[in-house]
Write a protein that binds this ligand. Structure first.
Ligand code: G3P
Length: 215
């Protein structure tokens, strides 16, 4: 399973890119709105920092507007993947854009039916939102498992991005049900490194080594 970073924060992306573990970035309008800079300036910087798929979302909700915005976003850099919500006008746009070679990440997916529709329209990526489903008492991990199984069973092309990941335990859970990608917030990425025995082990290695230096 590949790891993407779910943020529009340039500093977080710069730091995570140095750690060498992420191969893509996902953003959305809410994440972009948290930043001081205009997203139009942020997107090219992100593309310079990470050489992999960078998802940027359209704001328009009608077919013509979605297609227009998507072409503009895709024109920023070859790695830009356009994010479009799963809805009738959106999927019509996915069909048009995928025929032009523009990759689309269909977002806000909460059911296997929505994932099937996205795949049939030509989505390159499908993003089920785990955390938001957990929030309403349904299992986000089970949804990811069912979508992955459906894609495998019917030999569909889309990759599943487990999104709306809220805590480190979500990551192995979606890896074990076969998600192709997990997109994680920076805080979760940091938490994934952590284990108290690793910290204790490092401390002991360093202090043992220092003792030999005095001999
Ligand atoms: O990738 C989608 C993600 O950003 C949504 O996360 O925590 O707002 O549900 P959240």
């Amino acid at each position: 399973m590949k790891l993407y970073l779910d943020t529009a924060n340039v500093e977080e992306i710069r730091t995570a890119a140095k750690w060498g573990v992420i191969c893509g970035v996902t953003t959305n309008p809410s994440l972009a709105a948290k930043e001081d800079q205009d997203f139009g300036k942020i997107l090219p910087s992100i593309c310079d920092m990470v050489d992999g798929p960078i998802s940027a979302e359209v704001i328009a909700m009608d077919y013509e507007g979605i297609v227009r915005e998507a072409r503009e976003l895709a024109g920023v850099h070859k790695n830009v993947v356009v994010k479009i919500p799963v809805m009738p006008e959106g999927l019509g746009a996915v069909r048009t854009l995928s025929a032009e070679g523009i990759r689309v990440n269909v977002t806000l997916v909460f059911s296997v039916n929505q994932a099937l529709l996205a795949a049939r329209a030509g989505a390159a990526f499908i993003s089920p939102f785990l955390g938001r489903l957990d929030d309403i008492g349904q299992s986000g991990v089970e949804l990811v498992r069912d979508i992955v199984d459906m894609i495998d069973l019917h030999d569909l092309d889309a990759e599943v991005i487990a999104a709306s990941i809220r805590h480190p335990e979500h990551v192995p859970a979606v890896a074990l049900v076969g998600a192709h990608i997990a997109t994680v917030p920076f805080k979760v990425l940091e938490q994934m490194f952590k284990h108290p025995l690793t910290d204790l082990g490092i401390e002991k290695f360093v202090s043992d080594w220092k003792k030999t230096q005095g001999k």
